[in-house]
Design a protein around this ligand. Structure first.
Ligand SMILES: Cc1ncc(COP(=O)(O)O)c(C=O)c1O
Length: 346
């Protein structure tokens, strides 16, 4: 069979078999609706175990909803949310954070490899000292792993957490690929979140084996505020919530979340190492999760596409060289990676 070589995204692949099996199991019998079921309770307990403290967890269906609901809870309508200029909330969520927060302002900042630093936020803060005339610095939002396949270390998160709290702000994490970051760093989920100052996060599962399931997590339950109301109003309190929770339940059982992330990270490492050895290829960012960003010679990119490879050209800076984004999923066949490298070699 011809290799698919589909590296467009991790969500172009399907769901993990364990998660499909969990859905079938959840289909038995009748349970209370709207999240008052035993599976949803189990998810909250599993997340509390993984994060080593009792958390408030709210399953939703999309990452956009998770981010927007968390940020709306953390940020007042007159607040500013500092994020990287490439952040998913800034460029890929159709203004959902602004909409759900009733008008909070996203302040976009630059940073190498899609990472925010306290220095970049400190440099921007003087622009927000106008009292009621400027929006109020309220939240810092970071993406882990980042949109460019890099990760924040616990120390880097801690520096942002200290900065946020020292300036009366909170720290949010878009963890659509949180598992990939934990797998890469080999640290605990707690070390990378609340122990480093994260107040709330979007805990992703869809990109790493679920059909459609994410959880908004608040590390101090008392700060989750009216999130439940916001979730209902935003159309993310599913009546048959057990099916969303069953996905998260299986994802968190027997370390599936980390096993899948290790698999996709390993494929990306293999791809990056292979590409780095080919003349003319230049890796654009460190490969620390499941995505490889590489400058490929035009002829090589054309040859790969002729051979059936699919990948996106990622917005290069104005006048810059084309940048290929190659994303590996937990289900990407190893043979696709090997064939991609073979064709790339020419
Ligand atoms: C960094 C990041 N955050 C959040 C999301 C969630 O998006 P969606 O609303 O499509 O589930 C994505 C999906 O591409 C993402 O890459």
């Amino acid at each position: 069979m011809k290799s698919a070589m589909n590296f467009t995204s991790d969500n172009c692949y399907g769901a993990a078999p364990q998660i499909l099996a969990a859905l079938a199991a959840a289909n038995q019998g009748a349970v209370t609706s709207y999240g008052e079921d035993p599976v949803t309770a189990r998810v909250a307990a599993s997340l509390s175990r993984i994060f080593e403290r009792e958390v408030a967890a709210f399953p939703v269906v999309t990452g956009t909803a998770a981010n927007a609901l968390a940020l709306a809870t953390l940020c007042p309508p007159h607040g500013a949310i500092f994020c990287h200029e490439k952040a998913h909330i800034a460029v890929d969520e159709c203004g959902a954070a602004e909409f759900f927060s009733h008008g909070a302002k996203l302040v976009l900042l630059a940073g190498e490899h899609a990472k925010l630093t306290p220095q970049a936020i400190a440099a921007a803060l003087p622009g927000f000292q106008g009292g009621v005339h400027s929006v109020k610095p309220s939240v810092i939002s970071i993406t882990q792993a980042t949109e460019l396949g890099t990760v924040y270390t616990p120390g880097e998160v801690r520096a942002l957490g200290d900065f946020a709290h020292g300036h009366g702000m909170t720290l949010h994490m878009d963890g659509a690929r949180f598992a990939n970051a934990v797998a890469y760093l080999g640290c605990s989920a707690a070390e990378l979140t609340w122990k480093a100052g994260i107040d709330a996060m979007s805990f992703g599962a869809t990109k790493n084996g679920a059909l459609g399931a994410e959880a908004v997590v608040f590390f101090d339950k008392s700060t989750a505020g009216d999130l439940e109301y916001r979730r209902k109003r935003g159309g993310h309190l599913l009546s048959k919530m057990r099916f969303i929770s069953a996905q998260l339940d299986a994802y968190l059982t027997n370390g599936l979340w980390l096993a899948n992330a290790r698999a996709s990270n390993a494929l990306a490492q293999r791809l990056a190492n292979g590409l780095a050895k080919i003349a003319g290829v230049e890796l654009a960012h460190p490969v620390q999760a499941n995505a490889v960003f590489a400058h490929l010679p035009d002829a090589m990119a054309a040859r790969l596409r002729d051979a059936g490879a699919q990948f996106y050209d990622w917005s290069p800076p104005a006048g810059g060289r084309a940048l290929a984004r190659l994303v590996c999923s937990f289900a990407t066949p190893q043979a696709d990676v090997e064939r991609f490298l073979e064709v790339a070699k020419g």
